[in-house]
Ligand binder design. Structure first.
Ligand SMILES: [Fe+2]
Length: 600
């Protein structure tokens, strides 16, 4: 690798240009600046762009030193002196900022620089150097300012290393016209090897509990070549979801945390958060164990992006259907509704909610965009397909869809004068199978909404925090905002309307499929044909839903202009091989025009 040297004249020339080194480091007693064993094994990344600054990230490895990520064992063992530079051209003829700093075990040898005094809406190149070795050259971009015609974002979530290759990341790296990547969380998963997919081997092989574990898992992701290509190509704006700590996290616990065998949850969470701040190109808003990551990005006069923390900052524990089943096995809907609609129930916590409301009311940008890990739109399904357990329901979802379609068709014919006998119905166009379903009371009973009411499918999403969602809807409605909510978490692609309790549409929901984590097709064990047959039924059954893809992995490209907010779902053929194609046959583009609050 080519060695980059800054001359004394360079240093004097750039000394006046400010920058902030975000990383902390200790007293260097054994800096080995010229050590040829220092290398960059984890690529480079940039993130949290503003109009005039961007976070630059890298990590230094020492090839002759075991990479154990444990700062107690490594503390004081060595420091590395890293220099960095930013230019407007790839050959670094026009350097606009540079500096150097030491990096050590305190940050797991990760380094973050907040490069400042940059021009808005401008592409930059950056590179790190340690001893004789230099990193790859990264590309990044600052946010636009003033009057902005277009903002284009690549929205991703749920990059589960064990279950697939990051082909989606590779695809993003090749896209030339993006402003930034939005990662809505589940950047890593905490599970042990084969705990959630077994295509790729994990490091560490056990479930993540302590700081060294979380660091090692982050390091594994940053060694992935597709991830390195993506990070080197664009700035990322990331928030964590649950799996950066543990499955279904709330403020003080998680579904996948057992205090008796896994110790204190607060200690685990603090380790996970420390590793996240070290390994992600995120600007620390409030550094420390209680890291605040909800934050605002303004894209000129066009987009006000509010990235939420629906997980770690303030979330009350999720409700569970099991706790509302009575002794005779029936569901206590009244008690459930009372708890669900509790005015004190929170997902954001008081501080974040106040911040969100104030940010919405003070914003003058055309589009108000929430980056919410979990789905905000209502997602109500017949209780018969959810109880007693969504994986072993009274009736399978696909069958429910068939019964509903059969009964609707049958009722339509009946209402249009077709005789209620089999021959007449079949002659009118009902199939034999539909006749059997539509006339079988043991099947059609599931369509009775008084016996089987529609209830939220996912109590971990905004559906489980009903009152607070209404508060946000009411704020946006009162301010007459153009609200778009971007979500991940479900591993499937969705689009729908945000409908408040008075049945008014207050905004639009766009949600991205996963990068690699398995979707409904594998959760429900549906083959391709069943998935494709089920999707229209889901759209029909869920009131506010306009679109779903239950199978493919991909990226959601969201383009904002003064006239419209458009989502384009780009899907790939597979994550099980590094060879893939774009699945153009299932690609989808939907648009919401300004002020209309509809999708077409
Ligand atoms: Fe996920």
């Amino acid at each position: 690798m080519k060695r980059i040297e800054l001359t004394r004249r360079d240093l004097i020339k750039y000394a006046g240009i400010s920058s902030i080194v975000v990383s902390s480091w200790g007293i260097s007693s054994c800096a080995e600046d010229e050590d040829p064993n220092f290398t960059f094994e984890h690529g480079v990344a940039s993130g949290d762009p503003t109009e005039s600054s961007v976070i630059l990230w890298t990590r230094v490895s020492r090839t002759n030193f075991r990479d154990i990520h444990d700062d107690e064992q490594l503390s004081g063992t060595y420091d590395a002196n890293v220099s960095w530079r930013v230019a407007t051209d790839e050959s670094f003829a026009n350097i606009v900022n540079s500096g150097s700093t030491k990096v050590g075990s305190e940050t797991d040898f990760t380094l973050k620089v907040d490069a400042q005094n940059l021009q808005s809406n401008t592409k930059y190149f950056y590179q790190f150097t340690v001893g004789p070795n230099s990193s790859v050259i990264g590309k990044t971009k600052t946010l636009p300012s003033g009057t902005v015609d277009q903002v284009k974002l690549a929205v991703v979530s749920c990059s589960n290393y064990a279950s697939g290759y990051f082909n989606v990341y590779k695809e993003i790296a090749q896209m030339g016209d993006l402003d930034a990547i939005i990662h809505l969380g589940d950047y890593i998963y905490e599970y042990a090897d084969s705990g959630y997919g077994s295509l790729r081997k994990l490091e560490p092989t056990h479930e993540l509990i302590n700081l060294a574990d979380y660091r090692m898992r982050h390091a594994l992701h940053k060694k992935d070549s597709n991830s390195q290509q993506m990070h080197a190509s664009l700035p990322m704006i990331a928030v964590w979801d649950d799996h950066e700590v543990a499955n279904d996290t709330w403020i003080s616990g998680a579904e996948n945390h057992d205090a008796t065998t896994e110790g204190n949850f607060a200690a685990r969470k603090a380790s996970a958060i420390k590793a996240y701040f070290e390994w992600m190109p995120i600007r620390p808003v409030t550094p420390g164990v209680d890291g605040r990551i909800y934050r605002q990005f303004k894209f000129g006069d066009l987009v006000n992006l509010l990235m939420l923390d629906t997980r770690q900052a303030g979330r009350d524990q999720q409700l569970s259907y099991a706790s509302f089943l009575t002794a005779d096995g029936s569901f206590d809907a009244e008690k459930f509704q009372t708890e669900l609609a509790s005015t004190t129930r929170t997902m954001l916590g008081a501080e974040q909610k106040t911040w969100l409301k104030e940010s919405l009311s003070s914003s003058i940008e055309t589009w108000q965009v929430l980056g919410s890990q979990v789905l905000m739109m209502k997602n109500n399904l017949p209780s018969a397909v959810l109880l007693p357990d969504p994986l072993a329901p009274l009736v399978e979802f696909a069958e429910y869809g068939q019964i509903a379609t059969a009964f609707q068709t049958y009722s339509f014919f009946l209402g249009n004068g077709v005789n209620n006998d089999k021959d007449s119905m079949l002659a009118a166009g009902l199939t034999e199978e539909q006749w059997q379903l539509a006339t079988n009371p043991e099947k059609t009973k599931y369509l009775d909404t008084s016996a089987y009411p529609f209830i939220p499918y996912n109590l971990d999403a905004w559906d489980g925090y009903y009152y607070e969602r209404e508060e946000i809807y009411a704020t946006s409605k009162a301010l007459n905002k153009n609200l778009i909510v971007l979500s991940g978490d479900t591993h499937n692609a969705w689009a729908g309307r945000l409908v408040d309790q008075s049945n008014e549409v207050v905004g639009i929901q766009y949600a991205t499929a996963s990068v690699s984590a398995p979707g409904f097709d594998s959760t429900l064990n549906y083959d391709l044909q069943t998935v494709r047959a089920t999707e229209p039924g889901v759209v029909q059954i869920i009131d506010d839903l306009d679109y779903i893809n239950m199978r493919e992995k991909g990226v959601m490209l969201v383009t904002f202009t003064p006239e419209a907010a458009q989502a384009e779902w780009k899907f790939i053929s597979t994550v099980e091989s590094e060879t893939y194609t774009i699945e153009t046959s299932v690609g989808k583009v939907l648009t919401s025009k300004i002020g209309e609050k509809t999708i077409s």
